[in-house]
Each structure stands twice: as C-alpha cells, then as structure tokens.
Design a protein around this ligand. Structure first.
Ligand SMILES: [Mg+2]
Length: 391
C-alpha cells in the first residue's frame, strides 16, 4: 500500500496514520442518461399514473485525493429528478475539497448542513448519495478490499432473483422464456409484476409462471403500490396457494398501517420500502411492524451511510433484507447484512460498466475486486451530457 506521494516525510505520515494525511483534491460530477432497450411498464403505468419508462438518469460522483486514491459512486432517478440531483450536488460538492476522505460521517454531516434548508430526504440526500458511495468505494479501494469486506461481510455471495423479465408489458410467453433464461444463468428466483387493473389477469399470470417454474423455484410478485387495502387483502389471500417468497409493494409506499394489517393477516411475507427516501420513513415501517422484508435502496435513501444506519435497525427488529435495484452497490451491502438477504438482478446498468457481476447456483457472487469493483465504460462516458469539476 502506498504511503502517499505528497507527504514530504513518510515517517511523519506513518506516525499520524497514513490514511489521515490524505485529503480530497478533486471532485467530478457528471450526469448521463441510460436508454432502456424496451419501454418498461409496471402497474403504475397500467393504472395511468405514469408513462412507460424509456430511460434512467444517473448522477455520477468521482472523488480523487492528493495521494492518488479514487472512488466512484452514483445516484439515479426514474422519470424525473435527475437534473435536480445534479443541480444540488453541484451546489454542495465544493465542501469536499481538503477533507479527509476517510471521515465519511463528518463529510456526510457537512453536506447535509450545506443544504439544510432543502431537508434530509429525497432529492437533497440523493445528491449526497453519489458522493457518499464514492467515498466508500475510495475507502475500500485504499484498503484493497471489496466493499463488503470493508463493512464486515457475512458471506461471499447472496441469493439473487430476476425482475427485468417479469414486467407487465411482456406477454406471458415471453415472461416464461425470460424466467427460464434467468435460471439457466444461475439466478435463483423470479419476480413478476402484478397490480393489473383486472385482478384476473394477475392471477392467470402468477398461475402460469408458477406452473412453468414448478413448486420449488422461489417466486415473488410486485404490485408497485397499485392495490387498495381490500384488494390487497383479497389478492394476498388468493395468492397464498402459490407459495410466494413475498408480496412486494401491495399498497401505497407510505401506508405503514395498511402493510401492517396485511403482514399480520397473511402467511406470505410482505415486502416494501423501495420508494422511501430517508431512514426516518423506513423507521415508520419498522415501528408499525409493516413488513417482514425491508427493501431500502442506497441511492434513494441518501447513500451507504444512511443505508447502514437502517440496516442495523432492521436487523434489530428481526427483518429480512432485499434491497431495491442497483445490484452493483447492493451486492456488497447485502453481503454485510446478518440475515440471509436477496438481491435484485437487473442487467439494465450493464452498459455503464466494464465489469459484470457473476451469478451461480442461484446466487450473485460478491466481486473480489477492491471497492465496489466497477469502472465506467466508454459507452457511459459517451452518454455524459454535462459534467463539472471541483478542485
Ligand atoms: Mg419493486
């Protein structure tokens, strides 16, 4: 490991701790738009609340230090919010220059105070998330460890399931074919979307996929918040026969009480949390005993710093963990969760990176590379529409 090239006296650096002499020299923020191969529809589109999704906007943060260490992190938004994340990050990123990159807690707090008037959730902290994730990436790379190991891993692989093959715009035959391909690729479970305005369509699709997979393949459904309480209870009771691993987002994301009623009434586990944008919002789910399986998304709740805070609370409450989206980050965070988690497999982000996550025997392997283990592809750089550097 390098002691650092900028210190005039290596022994002085050693006595002070080599890591603490290093300082953040440069921060680069970039925004890019990732086009999706097919327009994507979940139940929010079928109920008319959203349009099919055709692209995802990313905020990337790259942090460099005097000693030449480097970290990369990202945040993202679907349909709206990307320009706002980028704008807020631009306003606060200058605060990083000169800070010790190891002091992630202190830096997080500094960035929060810099933007205090826009709060501690949503866009404000999603802008910080890209930077926070970059700092964790940098810290793990400096330690020459995969991020999972830096955090304290419980396992070297995590159970993984496919979501991308089960959207509602896909005819059922295509859903079944994609499920077969996923399993052949070493993915362990299959999730399909439900929440169709006609419940009979949902039930026919779940029955067809369960029959196709057989009784032993883990199967989940995701209603994307489109049922009301009576519909969710009725559907939940009918779906018990299919041995689902969980029912995801049966209700509005903020209906903690409604989820608690379902969780108490049904044998099938209830999962939600992907839409929530702060630890405090997740705490409401924990306090109401709304879920069996909690589904935070590190970029959405403000980065790895708040994710870890929530993970401790969730474990203390006896909850299972199935983080939402962004498997490139979550494979590490799930590996460091005490209870056996599930990670969502989405190949959508593959064009952004030079590296690929491997799946085998139903599990996603934690990459052995240091940090998150990802570098931006030439294609990603070509998609960058705007970028700014602070030094
Ligand atoms: Mg979902």
């Amino acid at each position: 490991m390098s002691l650092g090239t900028s210190s005039p006296d290596p022994l002085a650096a050693l006595s002070g701790g080599a890591a603490t002499s290093d300082r953040i020299r440069q921060v680069t923020l970039s925004t890019l738009t990732l086009p999706l191969a097919t327009p994507i529809s979940d139940a929010k589109v079928l109920t008319g609340r959203q349009k099919p999704m055709t692209e995802i906007v990313f905020l990337f943060a790259e942090v460099r230090t005097d000693d030449g260490h480097h970290g990369i992190g990202f945040s993202y938004s679907k349909r709206a919010g990307g320009p706002a994340q980028y704008a807020h990050a631009k306003e606060i990123a200058g605060n990083l220059i000169g800070e010790d990159p190891s002091d992630i807690g202190r830096i997080y707090q500094k960035l929060l105070w810099a933007g205090a008037s826009v709060g501690r959730s949503g866009v404000a902290t999603q802008a910080i998330a890209a930077i926070d994730i970059a700092l964790y990436d940098l810290k793990a790379k400096r330690a020459e460890l995969p991020l999972a190991k830096l955090l304290g891993a419980y396992r070297d692989s995590v159970r993984t399931y496919n979501t991308s093959g089960g959207f509602l715009q896909a005819p059922i035959e295509e859903v079944k074919e994609r499920a077969t391909l996923s399993l052949a690729d070493g993915i362990g479970g299959i999730k399909i979307k439900v929440g169709h305005p006609d419940s009979r369509v949902d039930l026919a699709r779940v029955a067809a996929v369960r029959e196709h997979l057989g009784p032993d393949v883990p199967l989940m459904v995701d209603a994307n918040q489109q049922w009301d309480r009576p519909t969710a209870m009725r559907m939940g009771r009918i779906l018990e026969q299919y041995g689902l691993v969980w029912i995801e987002e049966p209700l509005d994301a903020y209906d903690a009480e409604g989820h608690a009623q379902l969780a108490a009434a049904l044998d099938t586990s209830i999962a939600t949390g992907e839409m929530l944008s702060s630890v405090a919002e997740h705490v409401s789910l924990i306090e109401h005993r709304s879920v069996d399986i909690i589904q935070p998304d590190a970029p959405r709740i403000g980065g790895i710093t708040p994710f870890l805070r929530l993970a401790h609370l969730a474990d203390q409450a006896g909850l299972q963990l199935a983080p939402h989206f962004a498997m490139e980050i979550h494979v590490h965070l799930a590996a460091a969760y005490p209870r056996e988690p599930w990670v969502e497999h989405f190949e959508w982000l593959n064009p952004l990176f030079n590296e690929r996550l491997e799946t085998e025997g139903g599990r996603m392997l934690v990459p052995a590379r240091p940090g998150l283990g990802f570098t931006l592809s030439e294609q990603a750089l070509a998609w960058v529409s705007e970028s700014i550097e602070f030094s």
